[in-house]
Design a protein around this ligand. Structure first.
Ligand SMILES: [Zn+2]
Length: 231
């Protein structure tokens, strides 16, 4: 039987897991020029956005143009997951509070604030810090965060043929089980390997941190899932 307190504990742990899944701390790479078929991602209405959250002094904006330029290099096959997603140069409020530092990148589907409330104006955003821009790793940081968006928006209600017992998200995560690392973070790093277009060594913070090796077969499975679930 499920008591109310057990249910609350379960919900709290689920909540924490979901939030943690949205956080990333690193990446490395060079930008590619935008593909001819990818429509430009519209510039953020920065003034109103800044006004909305300026109390937290978290929107930097110094590198907003560079962040948008990289956002426009996102491969077209990943763009169905980014309907209405805006890119912000700054430190995400909830992540900053949680880490005690500005994360390189955060994907936030629900608009989380530092006081653990959500539904704020910055729902459906990807945040990229100025520090990430200065390292030159933004293309890979962006791909990692876009990976979170793809999993969240496309893989949760999508099924491989003849595998109706589990969603694509659940089946893919099984390939990233690890004693210490969050499988959702490893899966997001797989997007960097699968979709990076630069010729430098890709930066995959979680793969490196946890010495995780991803097979070519799993990368192909991730690509196939994107193809299947974005239709
Ligand atoms: Zn992440």
């Amino acid at each position: 039987m499920f008591t109310a307190s057990k249910l609350l504990a379960l919900l709290a742990s689920l909540f924490a897991t979901v939030l943690l899944a949205l956080v990333i701390v690193a990446p490395r790479g060079e930008a590619e020029t935008p593909g001819p078929s990818s429509p430009p991602i519209a510039a953020l209405n920065f003034a109103s956005f800044h006004e909305a959250i300026s109390g937290h002094q978290i929107v930097d904006g110094q590198h907003q143009e560079e962040v948008l330029r990289v956002a426009n290099t996102i491969p077209p096959e990943l763009q169905p997951a980014l309907k209405g997603t805006e890119f912000v140069n700054g430190c995400h409020p909830w992540t900053t509070k949680e880490l005690g530092d500005c994360a390189f990148g955060t994907y936030d589907p629900a608009g989380w604030d530092s006081d653990d409330t959500h539904g704020h104006e910055w729902a459906n955003t990807i945040w990229i810090s100025s520090q990430a821009v200065r390292t030159g790793k933004v293309p890979d940081v962006v791909l990692h965060e876009v990976g979170h968006a793809v999993v969240h928006n496309l893989f949760d209600d999508c099924y491989f043929p003849k595998q109706a017992e589990a969603t694509v998200k659940e089946l893919l995560l099984q390939n990233f089980t690890h004693g210490d690392a969050d499988p959702a973070e490893l899966l997001a790093d797989a997007f960097v390997v699968a979709f990076s277009t630069h010729s430098d060594e890709v930066h995959t913070y979680y793969f490196e941190q946890f010495n995780f090796e991803v097979s070519r077969a799993v990368i192909l499975k991730v690509r196939a899932a994107v193809w299947l679930c974005s239709k």
